[in-house]
Unconditional design. Structure first.
Length: 475
C-alpha cells in the first residue's frame, strides 16, 4: 500500500501543474482517477475495508494539500459547482468584460496595438501668406494614433514598451499656429529615441505601483484616450485636448508612484504623482530645459463613472529665467445604457517673456464628446455609434514657428472652437482584436485673431474644415 501511495503522490506532483488550469479538471481527471483508484482497491481482496477507507481518506487529504485546498473544506459546494450547465459555463467565459470592474487589469504579457487613421476626402484650411488669408484645399491620408508594443503585469513586476507610429498630418503642418501642438504631434519625427512612446519598468504591491522611465504623466484621464473609443479620427480628436493643444507633454521621462485598486468589488480608486524632465523633441522640452510634476486623484464606479482631479506644475529655464506654469484639470466620463459623455476642463496659468520682463497669461480648454452606441446581437458586429464633439480653446498662439514662451506670440484674449460629428461601426473582439470604420466631420469655424500688436490691421483666420473616412483596430 505504501508503494501505491508513493506512486500516487509522485503522479499527482508531476501531472497537477499541467492540469490545474483546466475548467473540467474534476470531471476529466480527478473523478476518473478516484474511480480507478476505488476499482483497484475493490479488486484487491486482501485489503480490509477499514484500511481501504483510511487510505482513501489519506489520499484525498494529500490531493487537497497539493492543490491548495484546506482539508476541512466542505465537498458539497464543489459537487454543486460541477453541476453547472454547459450554457452557464460558456456564458461566464464569453463575458469576462461584464464581470471585470474598473481598476482590475490583466495578468501577464499583453501585446499592445492601437491604430487610428483616415483619409481626408474633402477639406480646406486658412493659410496666411503675409498679406491675406487663402483657402487651400486638403486631401491627404494619415495615421493619427499608432501604438505598438508589449505590456507586462506580473504579481509584483510591471513593465511596458511601446512605439509611436504616427505620420504627418497636413492640418497640423499647414493650418495650426501653435508651436506646442506641432511639437507634441511630431515628437516621433526626429530619431528613434522619440519613437519610444512609453518604455518603463517598476514594481507593485497591494495595488501600489512605483515605476521609472518614459511614460504618460499622471494626469486626469489621459490614458483613457488610448482606445478606439467613439471612433473620432484626426489628431485633434484622438487624444486628450490638453495633450493636443500642447499644454501637457504626451510622455515625460521620469519617476512615478501611486495607487490603483478596487475597493468592495465595484469602486476603483486611483492616485498618482509623477516627476518628469521632458522627453519631447522641442528645444524647450529637452531634459535640461524643463522640470515638471504631475498628479491626479480619481474614482471610478464599474463602467459607469470615472472622474479625476488633476494638476501639473512645470518650471521652464529660458533666457536665464525660471518661468512657471501651473495647470488644473477636472476630467469626467459617464456611460450608461449606450450613452457616453466625456468631459474635460483644464485651466492653465503661465509665465512668458516680453523683453526682459515676465508676463502672466492664462489659457483654458474645454471639451465635450457626447455619444450613443446601439449594440447588436450578431456574430461579429458589436455596435454602431454616433458621437458629437465640441472643443473650446481660450488663448491662441499666432505663429507655429515662434517660441511658446514668447509673450508677443500669444493672445490670451483670443479664442477658437471646434465642432464635429462621427459615425462608426465596431466589430466584436475576434482573437483579441476589435476594429472600427466610419467617418468624421470636423470644423473649426472662422476666428479672426490680430496678427501682432504692432500691426493691428492684419488678422489671421484660424478656420478649417475636414471630412475623413477612417478605420482603426486595437488589441
Amino acid at each position: 500500500m505504501f508503494k501505491k501511495m508513493f506512486t500516487l503522490l509522485i503522479a499527482v506532483l508531476f501531472v497537477a501543474p499541467f492540469v490545474v488550469a483546466a475548467d473540467d479538471f474534476d470531471d476529466d481527471f480527478g473523478g476518473d482517477f478516484e474511480e480507478e483508484g476505488e476499482e483497484a482497491e475493490e479488486e484487491d481482496e486482501e485489503t480490509p475495508a477499514k484500511k481501504k477507507s483510511k487510505a482513501q481518506s489519506e489520499s484525498d487529504a494529500a490531493m487537497k494539500d497539493l492543490m491548495g485546498d484546506p482539508e476541512e473544506e466542505d465537498e458539497k459546494p464543489a459537487k454543486k459547482e460541477q453541476k453547472k450547465s454547459v450554457e452557464e459555463a460558456d456564458a461566464e467565459e464569453e463575458a469576462p468584460a461584464e464581470k471585470a470592474v474598473a481598476g482590475k487589469s490583466f495578468k501577464g504579457v499583453k501585446p499592445v496595438l492601437l491604430v487610428k487613421g483616415g483619409f481626408t476626402v474633402l477639406g480646406s484650411y486658412k493659410e496666411w501668406n503675409g498679406t491675406k488669408a487663402t483657402s487651400p484645399s486638403a486631401m491627404f491620408g494619415s495615421v493619427d494614433e499608432g501604438l505598438l508594443g508589449v505590456d507586462y503585469q506580473g504579481a509584483h513586476v510591471i513593465a511596458k514598451g511601446t512605439l509611436n507610429l504616427r505620420t504627418d498630418n497636413a492640418l497640423v503642418d499647414k493650418a495650426v499656429n501653435n508651436p506646442l501642438m506641432k511639437e507634441n504631434l511630431h515628437s516621433i519625427q526626429d530619431g528613434v529615441a522619440n519613437a519610444l512612446y512609453e518604455i518603463y519598468g517598476g514594481v507593485k504591491f497591494y495595488d501600489v505601483f512605483i515605476k521609472a522611465g518614459k511614460m504618460l504623466p499622471e494626469y486626469g484621464l489621459v490614458d483613457t484616450w488610448q482606445t478606439l473609443g467613439m471612433g473620432f479620427a484626426t489628431p485633434f480628436l484622438t487624444r486628450s485636448l490638453i495633450v493636443v493643444e500642447g499644454f501637457l507633454p504626451e510622455t515625460d521621462a521620469g519617476f512615478a508612484i501611486g495607487y490603483n485598486g478596487v475597493i468592495k468589488k465595484d469602486h476603483n480608486v486611483f492616485v498618482g504623482l509623477s516627476l518628469g524632465t521632458g522627453s519631447n523633441k522641442s528645444e524647450f522640452w529637452y531634459s535640461d530645459k524643463t522640470m515638471g510634476i504631475y498628479g491626479r486623484v480619481g474614482y471610478g464606479f464599474k463602467e459607469y463613472v470615472k472622474a479625476a482631479f488633476a494638476f501639473q506644475h512645470r518650471k521652464d529655464f529660458y533666457n536665464s529665467k525660471k518661468l512657471d506654469m501651473t495647470g488644473i484639470g477636472v476630467h469626467l466620463n459617464v456611460a450608461a445604457y449606450g450613452f457616453e459623455m466625456p468631459v474635460t476642463f483644464d485651466y492653465n496659468m503661465m509665465q512668458m517673456v516680453k523683453g526682459t520682463a515676465r508676463k502672466n497669461v492664462t489659457g483654458m480648454l474645454l471639451s465635450l464628446a457626447p455619444g450613443y452606441a446601439y449594440h447588436f446581437n450578431h456574430d461579429w458586429i458589436d455596435k454602431v455609434a454616433l458621437a458629437l464633439r465640441f472643443d473650446f480653446v481660450q488663448g491662441v498662439y499666432l505663429n507655429k514657428e515662434g517660441g511658446y514662451l514668447d509673450f508677443d506670440n500669444y493672445k490670451k484674449s483670443s479664442n477658437y472652437m471646434r465642432i464635429g460629428v462621427t459615425a462608426n461601426f465596431f466589430t466584436k473582439e475576434l482573437a483579441g482584436i476589435r476594429g472600427m470604420a466610419g467617418f468624421t466631420f470636423l470644423m473649426q469655424p472662422e476666428s479672426k485673431v490680430r496678427k501682432a500688436t504692432t500691426d493691428n490691421l492684419k488678422t489671421k483666420d484660424y478656420g478649417f474644415t475636414t471630412i475623413v473616412l477612417q478605420a482603426g483596430a486595437e488589441f
